[in-house]
Unconditional design. Structure first.
Length: 342
């Protein structure tokens, strides 16, 4: 198992260079309320030389597929062939509220989107007549055509949560990006991904299994949990609680009552109270928290579950740039201690 670092746009260059020095395999730039992925990765491409770069993830409703392909090709060229394209359908509230894109049939929309992007990245002209996307070169119009395509195949990773989405990732993509994921949940997800691979006549060779975990280092695990409460409020607080994927995951894990209390406090404007209501057990099961030896044990469990690259979300902890750099170093130490490095 290898490590990846999820960046923040503040100090992204410093974090990426540190991750490269520490032997991390990849850095990922998230996309959401705070920043887009492409701008951060463009900066990082110019400040690193060997580490892989990935969008973690670009939001499908935020870009037409042709622009996603063009962005991927550009970032790959700028980085000397180090880019991986992570894509995700986002959630209903962001899709409609931010981009004005209906969230109907997200799996079918994702399938068409990935097909268009992958075909465009070959450099061949693309026309497409699907249910959700129509690229028609009519009346002498130009088809989607990247005239400077990548010299190699850019891997495409899909963020996925539910069984059908996981099977789609296995069938159509080169990797899976997970969140809110325990080792047990990784094993369950891999069963669905394998089904998708089999349906496409593929095995798991070369398929990237990349859950990204909020990470905080402290001798006292409770102190580390507290440093991540704000991140969980942010994710669990997006949009309507009945449509929020993270709330749904937390309910399936048995934390429905606590999530209801958290959302009620958040709706009342009590963000501190909402943070206090996030169950520590939820954070502990889906994050890396505590001292280095404890985190090493957790890393071993994720490796045993089938993780190929473990994402260390330094972006999640309530700390400074120096604190995030310390997290990167501690996580690298933990991986060596775990015996799972490879």
């Amino acid at each position: 198992m290898r490590l990846a670092a999820n960046l923040t746009y503040q100090g992204a260059g410093d974090l990426a260079r540190a991750a490269e020095r520490l032997g991390y395999a990849m850095v990922l730039a998230p996309e959401g309320y705070r920043s887009d992925a492409a701008s951060v990765l463009g900066l990082v491409a110019g400040q690193t030389s060997t580490i892989a770069l990935a969008s973690g993830v670009m939001q499908i409703p935020g870009r037409p597929p042709g622009m996603a392909a063009l962005t991927a090709a550009t970032l790959d060229a700028l980085s000397g062939g180090r880019f991986r394209l992570g894509l995700g359908v986002s959630n209903p509230d962001v899709s409609q509220g931010w981009y004005g894109v209906p969230f109907d049939a997200p799996l079918a929309r994702t399938r068409e989107y990935v097909d268009i992007v992958q075909r465009a990245l070959t450099g061949d002209p693309v026309t497409f007549e699907g249910r959700h996307f129509r690229l028609s070169a009519v009346d002498g119009g130009a088809p989607l055509h990247l005239t400077a395509p990548p010299r190699h195949r850019i891997p495409v990773y899909l963020a996925a949560v539910g069984p059908r989405a996981l099977r789609l990732a296995g069938e159509t993509a080169d990797g899976w990006i997970g969140v809110f994921t325990s080792p047990e949940a990784v094993a369950d997800a891999l069963a669905e991904i394998r089904d998708g691979r089999r349906s496409a006549g593929l095995d798991m060779s070369g398929f990237e299994v990349l859950p990204s975990l909020p990470t905080a280092i402290a001798d006292d695990p409770d102190t580390a949990v507290d440093a991540l409460r704000g991140q969980y409020v942010y994710l669990l607080g997006i949009g309507d609680p009945d449509r929020n994927f993270y709330c749904a995951l937390a309910r399936r894990m048995g934390f429905g009552d606590q999530i209801t209390v958290m959302r009620e406090r958040l709706a009342a404007g009590d963000r501190a109270g909402a943070a206090a209501a996030v169950p520590p057990e939820l954070i502990d099961r889906t994050a890396l928290v505590g001292p280095v030896p404890r985190i090493a044990e957790r890393m071993r469990a994720y490796a045993d579950a089938g993780v190929t690259t473990l994402g260390v979300m330094v972006s999640a902890a309530a700390t400074s740039l120096d604190g995030r750099l310390d997290i990167l170093a501690a996580a690298a130490e933990a991986l060596e201690l775990s015996g799972a490095a490879g």
